[in-house]
Design a protein around this ligand. Structure first.
Ligand code: NAP
Length: 360
């Protein structure tokens, strides 16, 4: 049987450690986790079974394994030490017999986005970012539709536009919307991206901004920074707008959910997996759903493509389109909307539209 492994890591350390070790999660403090977890070995989490292609009937099995570092470690520890820990976790995947390895959350963000890790391992590696982009764009299109925002005349913004995922999402959106604002922290990188889009005659008028205040103009926002803390706050947002949050940890502050009932915030990157999948581990999603980056790893295993796939910070549209076609063929689909870990119902969407209408 063909196989895969996928690396995850704690995002909210105390909560996520409790998912595997309930007792330990209760007694250790955040400070102890921060101090000790880099000395922890990689952790075997579970065997994943039941993933079955809807077109070929092929079934694969996989393993979830954890790199014992939390977001702060990925930012603060020396890069070489972080690479060593991820590579050690990759060796666990090899011992289990995985034929392809996916890198989740910050393990795909660090340094050169998988290139050094892939060079150090025998098993082929993918960050899963190409399918993450495809699903994020599909989610924005769908959310625009349910909120009655005609995408062709919409004003959109991408936050974290110069990052690996943000850059290529900007590239896709620039061909669909009327106006696109690239939001980031550094003017030169933003202007270079703007120049590229203008030179290739993208459809949208392209603006740049280093201020989150620019979001007040946007009807559609895709946010995908690697910030440790929320960057999108209630005061940044226009009534009736859509925010698709692809980042993990989240970019959208919980205050937006509490204070802005006139905004549709959706979690980007959730996918329905084909077949009676059982992860045998609760990573925070409802049964049968996976992150898009996990789904890319699974789709490649179903396709028998055991080769390095998405690596590095410069993603290509061709690879995004190719993995979207592969995933589609095997039955992966954009999942229904969720917001702050809860499903979004049609009634809630109707209420958001009503509240937005009143406020406008
Ligand atoms: N949902 C999924 O399935 C999925 C899959 C893969 C990745 N992700 C998530 O996607 C996010 C981005 O990944 P990536 O690979 O694109 O990362 P990346 O290449 O490192 O890009 C991140 C971008 O965020 C910006 N940024 C970092 N800290 C910031 C802050 N405090 N305020 C504003 N901007 C900030 C960076 O700007 P500078 O250039 O100024 O540093 C950079 O442009 C991560 O949260 C990752 O976990 C989600």
């Amino acid at each position: 049987m063909d196989t895969f492994a996928f690396i995850i890591h704690p995002i909210h350390p105390k909560r996520d450690i409790s998912r595997k070790y309930p007792l330990l999660g209760r007694i250790v403090t955040d400070w102890q986790i921060r101090l000790l977890s880099p000395y922890f070995p990689p952790v075997y989490l579970s065997e994943v079974e039941g993933i079955t292609s809807t077109s070929t009937g092929k079934t694969i099995k996989g393993w979830l394994i954890a790199c014992p570092l939390s977001p702060i470690h990925f930012i603060e520890l020396p890069e070489k030490r972080v690479y060593r820990k991820i590579i050690e976790t990759g060796h666990l995947a090899e011992k289990l017999g995985a034929k392809i390895l996916g890198l989740g959350a910050y393990t795909s963000v660090v340094g050169d986005a998988g290139i050094t890790i892939a060079q150090a391992l025998d098993v082929p590696v993918t960050t899963g970012d190409s399918y993450t982009v495809s699903i994020a764009i599909q989610a924005v299109r769908k959310a625009a539709e349910v909120m009655d925002i005609p995408i062709g005349s919409a004003r959109a913004a991408v936050v974290g536009a110069t990052g690996a995922i943000g850059r290529i999402c900007s590239d896709f959106l620039a061909d669909e919307v009327a106006e696109l604002c690239l939001v980031g922290r550094h003017d030169p990188a933003l202007n270079e991206l703007r120049q590229n889009l203008v030179e290739r005659h993208a459809r949208a008028e392209i603006k740049v901004s280093t201020s989150m205040d620019a979001l007040r103009e946007a009807q559609l926002i895709l946010t995908v920074t690697s910030a440790l803390h929320a960057v999108v706050e209630p005061e940044h947002l226009l009534p009736g707008s859509v925010v698709c949050d692809v980042a993990r940890p989240r970019d959208v502050s919980a205050r937006v959910a509490a204070r802005r009932d006139d905004i549709l915030v959706i979690d980007g990157g959730m996918v329905e997996v084909p077949g009676p999948v059982d992860f045998h581990f609760d990573f925070g999603f409802p049964p049968g759903k996976a992150y898009a980056c996990m789904a890319e790893t699974m789709a490649l295993a179903l396709e028998g493509r055991f080769e390095d796939y998405t690596l590095g910070k410069r993603l290509t549209r061709a690879q995004v389109d190719e993995i979207a076609a592969i995933a589609d063929r095997h039955g992966f689909r954009l999942s229904g909307f969720r917001s702050f870990e809860r499903p979004v119902t049609e009634e809630q969407i109707a209420q958001v539209r009503q509240k937005a209408h009143k406020r406008i």
